[in-house]
Design a protein around this ligand. Sequence first.
Ligand SMILES: Cc1cc2nc3c(=O)[nH]c(=O)nc-3n(C[C@H](O)[C@H](O)[C@H](O)COP(=O)(O)O)c2cc1C
Length: 193
Amino acid sequence: MKVLVFAGSTRLASFNRKLAREVAAMARAGGAEVTHLELGDYDIPMYNADLEARGTPPDVMKLKQLFYEHPAWLICTPEYNASYPALLKNTLDWLSSPVKGDAVWNDDFRFSRGKVVGVLSASPGALGGLRSQSHLVPLLLNLHCWVAPQTYALGRAGSAFDADGHLVDEAAKTRAQSVVQQVLWAAGRLQQA
Ligand SMILES: Cc1cc2nc3c(=O)[nH]c(=O)nc-3n(C[C@H](O)[C@H](O)[C@H](O)COP(=O)(O)O)c2cc1C
């Protein structure tokens, strides 16, 4: 199973990037072939239809292909103002915008249709970014993804990781692991169908 793991943050000491590293390791241990994507490695401008009319940026085209190649995704999202960050929205908006005149990529949801997606979040607050998930999930459903019912919001993220970036709390590991396991299981079942 090919799994794409990414966080909705580019911050150096990001809790969500740490969580993404942890779930990537869990997915690998579960037998998955993991691609750990760092959105900061891609040059994705703010979406603008006039800019797009001059040509879809090369890194958007690269990400469309990368997302398409992975039947399962694990997303770790920060919470900004009770929602998910502009970085995630902007990236997913670009990826879902059809490339006019392109026989392959003129399909909005080619990159996302049928993907099994696990949603996690991390925040220094007590709710762990739970409210970001309630906005991200409808966006993913609009993209024709199958969102795993099992989710995890890691609260008090400032004290959740050790110096090496590993989750310290066994219960947190178990909860994150349960999202990974459900995504791998469901993606496997959907691929058989
Ligand atoms: C503009 C802005 C809005 C925020 N709003 C929330 C919020 O609504 N709920 C919350 O738990 N944290 C909020 N935070 C704090 C983030 O959870 C915190 O900065 C977190 O570290 C971001 O995720 P990261 O560590 O993965 O970069 C906000 C941060 C910013 C910059």
